[in-house]
Write a protein that binds this ligand. Structure first.
Ligand code: SF4
Length: 243
């Protein structure tokens, strides 16, 4: 994004849009769909307007080199992926759920850095190296875009620590996700960021998880990632909102 004022305006517009959905659709069965449509469309729209034409993204279908990293997601994103799975072909769903359980077993207690060493693939990487839940993938995946595939391969082998990445993807993802979290917090919903695999196991093992989250419970607390403390996050949201 070109300027801090643009970032603030964009954050506030997204926050207002999420707040309106949470206010007017709170009893609507399609609440999650409305929230995620707003998040994903807002992300794609803003990204197109801000992409640097001189630095093309190197990511392509079939490359899953970075799909070994820890994925974090908000509760609506986790519930959306769970719904996506539960409405897919039952045989496919059973196979993927088994893979999520195995991945959760392998990585649940590993830090982000340990996962780089472990190189355990995301359970959603299909046989062609594509993402099996591409339309429902979380903002974290949408916001991770490399500018150099060779650097990704070197990073996966531990030969370099970082890769050149798209600043626009990372910034827009961060603003959209933070606006969603801030609106969830204001409306009394659990607003944390959660480790995807473990949160999904919680969502898939208890049919009432979505209803409990909609009633205000922090249903994914066991998968919560607090790299930044909730108090610090809340204070940042209030500052961004102009409180
Ligand atoms: S959800 Fe999809 S894009 Fe994200 S890490 Fe897994 S396979 Fe990759």
């Amino acid at each position: 994004m070109a300027h801090d004022d643009d970032n603030l305006r964009f954050f506030r517009a997204r926050h207002a849009a999420f707040a309106q959905i949470l206010d007017t659709r709170n009893d609507d069965e399609a609440l999650l769909a409305h929230l995620l449509d707003e998040a994903f469309e807002g992300f794609e729209h803003a990204l197109q307007a801000r992409l640097d034409a001189g630095a093309p993204v190197a990511c392509d279908r079939g490359c899953a080199t970075c799909c070994t990293l820890r994925v974090t997601a908000t509760a609506p994103e986790v519930l959306h992926v769970a719904r996506h799975l539960m409405t897919s072909d039952p045989a496919v769903c059973r196979r993927v759920v088994q893979r999520i359980a195995e991945a959760d077993e392998r990585t649940r207690f590993e830090s982000e850095a340990q996962r780089v060493t472990l190189q355990s693939p995301c359970p959603f990487v299909d046989d062609d190296g594509a993402c099996a839940i591409y339309p429902a993938r979380p903002l974290a995946c949408r916001g991770h875009a490399s500018l150099d595939r060779h650097a990704c391969s070197l990073a996966a082998c531990g030969q370099v620590d970082d890769i050149p990445y798209s600043v626009a993807h990372r910034m827009v993802r961060s603003l959209v996700q933070n606006a969603l979290q801030a609106a969830l917090r204001d409306a009394g919903y659990a607003w944390g960021a959660y480790e995807l695999n473990h949160a999904l196991m919680l969502a898939l093992s208890q049919p009432e998880t979505e209803a409990a989250w909609r009633a205000g419970e922090d249903v994914f607390a066991d998968a919560r990632i607090d790299d930044v403390s909730p108090a610090e996050m809340a204070s940042t949201f209030d500052w961004l909102k102009g409180a």
